[in-house]
Structure formats: C-alpha cells, structure tokens
Design a protein around this ligand. Sequence first.
Ligand code: COA
Length: 184
Amino acid sequence: MECHGLIATIEHPELGKLRVRTPTPYDKPLIERFLKRLSEETVFHRFFRRLRGTGEIVEKMLGGKDTLLCIIVERNGEVVACGELYKTTWPDVAEPAVTVLDDLQGKGLGKLLVMLMAHCALKRGIRRFRAYVLPDNKPVMRIMAKLKPALIEDYGDVLLYEMKIDQAQSEINSILDSWNIKDP
Ligand SMILES: CC(C)(COP(=O)(O)OP(=O)(O)OC[C@H]1O[C@@H](n2cnc3c(N)ncnc32)[C@H](O)[C@@H]1OP(=O)(O)O)[C@@H](O)C(=O)NCCC(=O)NCCS
C-alpha cells in the first residue's frame, strides 16, 4: 500500500465505491465543501471550537509546515471523510485528527482512516500518536482502544491520550486487511 496518491479503492457494503487518496491543491474546493457540510457538533468534537472560516484549515490540511499527512475519502466526487497527521515537538510522535461527514459516521470510515495513518506513520519512523479528545467522544475512544492507549493528562474538559502504535501493528494490519488493503 502506498501512502501517497491513490491509496485504495474500496467497495463499501453500504456506501458503494470509495476512493481513498492524498489530496492535491485542486481538491481545495472539495475540502472546503466538506468542512462546510459538517454539523456544529462534529466541528466541535474535531476542532473544540466553532469555525469562523475554512480557508486556513484547508491550507493546513493541504500541506502546512506541520502537516505530515492528509488522507481523504472520496465518494461520488465529494470528500466524505478526512484524516490528518500533524508534527509534534518529538520526531517520533504525531498527532492524528479525523473527521467523517455526519450522515456517514458509524460506518467504519473513521477507524479506517486512523489505521491508514498509523500504518503510514510507522513507515516514517513515528512510534506514538498523541491525541486530544473530548471525554464524551465514544467512537474515538473505541478507535484508540485498538492502539494501546494511555491517558497522559486529564484537563477536565479535554483528555490527552498517547497511543503506542508500534506495539499495535497486528491490530492495524488486521483492520486494514478487513478492507482488503494490504502492504506489498
Ligand atoms: C470520531 C469519528 C471520526 C469516528 O469515525 P466513524 O466513522 O464515525 O466511526 P467508525 O464507524 O469507524 O467506528 C469506530 C468505533 O466506534 C464505534 N462507534 C461508532 N459510533 C459510535 C457511537 N455513536 N457510540 C459508541 N460507539 C460508536 C464503532 O462501533 C467502532 O468501534 P468497534 O470497531 O470497536 O466496533 C467520527 O464519528 C467523527 O467525525 N466525529 C466528529 C469529529 C471527531 O470527533 N473527530 C475526532 C477528534 S480528532
């Protein structure tokens, strides 16, 4: 599996054909539309605040100085989910973020994106993920549970978790396998 360009084409049992790929600058309008279609709740869970504009975020996703990777899921020419990986102060630790369009949540796309990012991160020598999460975010807790998580800091309204992705390679591979995504 490549971590650049077209990563996979998937036939989802409910959603049909999905293209999983890294974006190009031409995808800016698609990503902008994706962000504008998100509900307030989804925006809050992802960004911990309301969005005043989308321009800065889209630029960051498409290759800001701290962006290690961005993967989008495309369905019928629209972006329906997006995962990003950001640098931290440690070279072997990265911060993942993932967002799925409201109507398509709960269908496996978030977990798929996190596992793809973990797989690609490991290839680059990243060993751990650190993520800030709202305590009520059950789907994220379930995804993190597959990646050897440890609670690092409880800020009350936000929790900071660390995941030892280098110790979760079999979990990562088995989830990617279930989508028929294999490493050559
Ligand atoms: C969090 C998010 C990315 C998860 O993606 P998703 O496609 O909805 O979730 P998935 O279908 O991959 O499910 C992941 C796990 O959560 C579980 N899950 C999904 N929805 C759930 C819900 N409402 N309550 C409890 N568990 C849930 C799934 O069963 C699965 O667990 P399992 O593999 O152990 O069965 C998505 O819901 C989202 O975009 N939320 C808003 C933004 C956000 O919170 N981003 C994360 C912070 S960076």
